[in-house]
Design a protein around this ligand. Structure first.
Ligand code: SF4
Length: 220
């Protein structure tokens, strides 16, 4: 079996296993979603969703946020961690949005990267979820770890891993591959100890096959 065939099989099996897989950041308004992505490092999606709703309740739009008093904003952002940096980024992004884009979130990768705190991964999240444009594979820590364990990449960096996966998977699978891996990484293929014995793709996984060999048969 080629790696392409193996990746396709893994994708189909895990998609069936996690039919509920999707982006867990609330996406009601494009601008709000931009701020959610600025808030998201080093915290949970549940906290991001709560904090961004509070920001929205107080300010309501990018123009008000651009003029917000930094210390007031910091109080709301605090539960999401790194609140000084995130508050500054939100204010600066609100200004860029208003002054460069007339208050309308741009739908191009190069423009999204003008916002502080929005790198390639988060730009792809916004393009995918807000604009339904699939221009790459979103690679987070779950995606890195699982692609390496599956033996679909020997690379360590996110950009190189993304390129490897883009060669193995059809574009139609790029979006749901990322979401599915996040669910798989939380449920079975966890960072601390993967539960290979319960994994539906064990026989297609390099690490899983090695793990099988390490487990001694009962009675020996
Ligand atoms: S077999 Fe183990 S390492 Fe491989 S994907 Fe499943 S849980 Fe992860």
């Amino acid at each position: 079996m080629t790696d392409k065939e193996r990746a396709g099989k893994i994708y189909r099996i895990l998609r069936k296993h996690y039919p509920e897989a999707k982006c867990s950041l609330v996406n009601i308004d494009p601008t709000q979603f931009l701020f959610s992505n600025i808030l998201s490092p080093q915290t949970t999606d549940v906290t991001v969703n709560r904090v961004v709703m509070e920001i929205w309740k107080k300010y309501g739009d990018a123009e008000s946020l651009m003029n917000a008093k930094l210390t007031d904003l910091e109080k709301i952002v605090k539960p999401a961690g790194m609140y000084r940096m995130k508050s500054k980024r939100i204010k600066a992004s609100a200004r860029i949005l208003m002054e460069e884009f007339g208050g309308v979130l741009p739908g191009e990768l190069e423009n999204l990267r003008k916002f502080p705190g929005i790198a390639r991964k988060t730009s792809l999240v916004i393009l995918t979820e807000v604009f339904n444009k699939i221009e790459g594979i979103i690679i987070d820590t779950h995606n890195i770890r699982i692609a390496q364990r599956l033996g679909l990449t020997t690379n360590k960096g996110a950009d190189a891993i993304e390129k490897d996966l883009m060669k193995l998977l059809p574009r139609t699978a790029w979006k749901m591959w990322s979401h599915t891996m996040v669910f798989h990484g939380r449920a079975l293929c966890t960072a601390r100890k993967p539960r290979c014995a319960d994994c539906p793709v064990r026989k297609l996984c390099e690490y899983g096959k090695q793990e099988e060999l390490r487990v001694e048969p009962a009675g020996e």
